[in-house]
Design a protein. Structure first.
Lengths: 247, 368
């Protein structure tokens, strides 16, 4: 049996009368690329925030990297990486300073920070730009750098919240190469996205509609199940029934 | 602990790379001190006045010489009729006109009663009052000179002293006020903006997902500004001692500790503001409106509190800067020790504790 790094059972989040996430259940395997699809306001981000230890669920059970989301948020935080849709490095810090800062915050030893920093810079081909402020880099580089920083402390799981928004197709392709590489090294990828072609790259995807999980399987099986040619079509069939308007 | 140091180092990078922050941080105190010290002084010096001497006799001339001899006036002599006076004032550079009537000396020596007319520009009442006081003093002095004391059966000579400010140095009163104002602006505005900026950029989320404790984020944000504010405090003291000649009479250590307390109060307020808003503009506006204006108005360093309606006097009690201003005045200008300022200190401590606990509680609530 495969090792499960995220186990989610009937996870629910209510804000007053509004049920943002309604009894979702799923498991994610180690090293898997797990896609999380849904229209704006479907509850993706809320679900993700609960799994990251940013907010407490209203009811239901979940463990992330083997730790309980109610009681062991601190331990969860040590074992995950996170990258949000907003670009989230410091613009007026240089590349190296950014890496050193986040490495330091996660308690990575000084020696390791040096070594891994060199690796990242070589891999991204940024040797001549190390002193440059991050704000001066093109968006594509920034996003790739942000991903490298998110997995810098070698987490078990990395959460990516619409990581490729506004990035050109070539860079997006390169970005996904990095995701595959991370996944091959054993890091589990939990990714939300708007791009349906990206959904095809995932091992398995879920589609959320109005806070509920409406479908969960590999892209191939989903297409067969809904007799559709693309995930795009699958998504439209499911999302058409949504009652919540996108915000 | 190491994480905290990493964080603080990062905050310093931010401050030193942002020209705007640096400008507010160190440009503001220098500008304020120089402005209040030199430009906005309430002292009256080298004021242009016109003396219209219609008497042309010895007594009038003696008084005119006395006026000329004082350092306060630049005297212009002219013969004016009433319409010309109005014109002179309207041009604006003349603040006061002194008119001797035609038979001034005769009246004075003959019937023992003479008149001098002094007309001052009342559109600036403070200066006008000061000028009239100076001129009256000079005239009274002359009167005493020509009629020896023995001739008068009773005389009362009021001897006045300006205690704690013998040379009536106008900068004196401003230093504690500027100190309060600058620390307030730097701590409250810059701290709140620094926290909100992370929210705006989205880096706050990343920090919250990291194992770094949320409360530590606040502490790490506050410490660099605490250090920078203390540097600022020293800068202002140096400027006031060496540029404005306002010495520190009391214990510098006590002043330093009290300032640290005030800085903590301001930082707490800044953190509180940053919790309630998500945009840098709002944060800046809130700290400026919420702090700068009340500080200017209610500390009493520009407008005397005693003259305000009681309701404003009560409101002034909740402004931290008011208490700090009193403390600084006592220590710096009067040289008083802790036993004279412990009450004010206690008020500041209470305010800091309340502000800080609200800020922390608020911060935690927003997380869940």
């Amino acid at each position: 049996m495969e090792e499960k790094v995220i186990i989610c059972k009937d996870l629910t989040k209510q804000f007053g009368d509004f049920t943002a996430v309604d009894k979702i259940s799923f498991d994610v395997n180690k090293g898997e690329i797990f896609g999380f699809l849904g229209a704006n306001g479907a509850g993706k981000t809320t679900a993700m925030r609960m799994l990251c230890g940013l907010s407490f669920p209203t009811s239901g059970e979940a463990t992330v990297a083997g730790f309980n989301v109610y009681k062991q948020q601190e331990k969860i935080k040590r074992n995950i990486g996170y990258m949000s849709q907003k670009f989230s490095l410091y613009e007026n810090l240089s590349i190296v300073e950014n890496i050193r800062f986040f490495g330091g915050v996660y308690g990575v030893p000084e020696k390791e920070i040096k070594k891994r920093t060199d690796d990242i810079i070589r891999k991204l081909g940024l040797q001549n730009e190390t002193k440059k402020m991050v704000g001066d880099l093109p968006l594509g580089w920034k996003q790739k750098l942000a991903f490298s920083v998110a997995i810098f402390h070698q987490p078990k799981i990395v959460f990516l919240d619409e990581p490729t928004g506004g990035v050109d197709p070539v860079t997006r392709r390169q970005f996904w190469d990095m995701i595959y590489e991370a996944s091959a090294s054993g890091i589990t990828i939990f990714v939300t996205t708007h791009y349906m072609d990206e959904a095809e790259y995932c091992n398995r995807i879920t589609v959320m509609v109005d806070g509920k999980i409406e479908a969960l399987d590999s892209p191939k099986n989903l297409k067969e199940q809904f007799s559709a040619d693309t995930i795009d079509e699958v998504f439209y069939q499911l999302a058409r029934g949504a009652k919540r308007s996108a915000d | 602990m190491k994480q905290l140091l990493v964080f603080i180092r990062k905050e310093f990078y931010h401050v030193f790379r942002d020209r705007r922050t640096l400008l507010i941080m160190f440009g503001l105190p220098i500008a304020q001190i120089l402005l209040f010290g030199f430009a906005l002084t309430s002292e009256v010096k080298n004021v242009k006045i016109i003396i219209a001497d219609n008497a042309k006799d010895v007594n009038a001339q003696q008084i005119i010489n006395k006026i000329k001899a004082s350092a306060y006036f630049i005297v212009e002599e002219a013969t004016l009729n009433y319409n010309d006076i109005e014109k002179a004032f309207k041009k604006g550079d003349i603040k006061c006109v002194v008119i001797f009537p035609a038979n001034f000396g005769n009246d004075l020596l003959g019937i023992g009663k003479a008149q001098i007319q002094i007309i001052a520009d009342g559109s600036d009442p403070n200066t006008a009052k000061t000028l009239i006081n100076f001129l009256t003093a000079i005239i009274t002095d002359y009167q005493r000179q020509i009629s020896p004391v023995a001739d008068l059966p009773y005389t009362i000579i009021a001897e006045t002293r300006m205690l704690y400010n013998e040379e009536s140095n106008g900068s004196l009163n401003f230093i504690p006020g500027v100190l309060a104002l600058v620390l307030m602006i730097v701590c409250t505005a810059l701290t709140s903006v620094a926290v909100v900026r992370e929210k705006e950029l989205g880096t706050m989320e990343i920090l919250l997902v990291s194992p770094f404790k949320p409360v530590m984020v606040l502490i790490a944000k506050a410490i660099p500004y605490l250090i920078l504010s203390l540097c600022n405090f020293i800068l202002i003291l140096l400027l006031s001692v060496f540029v404005l000649n306002v010495p520190v009479q009391g214990s510098i250590l006590l002043l330093f500790l009290e300032s640290m307390l005030f800085i903590l109060a301001c930082l707490s307020f800044g953190l509180l503001i940053s919790n309630t808003t998500n945009s840098q503009q709002t944060a800046l506006l809130l700290s400026m409106m919420g702090m700068m204006l009340p500080t200017l108005i209610f500390t009493g360093f520009i407008f005397p509190l005693e003259n305000m309606p009681w309701i404003f006097q009560i409101i002034s009690n909740i402004i931290p800067a008011r208490w700090y201003y009193l403390i600084v005045k006592s220590i710096m200008l009067k040289g008083l020790g802790f036993q004279y300022v412990w009450k004010e200190t206690l008020v500041l401590v209470a305010m800091t504790v309340i502000l800080l606990s609200i800020a922390l509680k608020n911060f935690k609530k927003r997380l869940s």
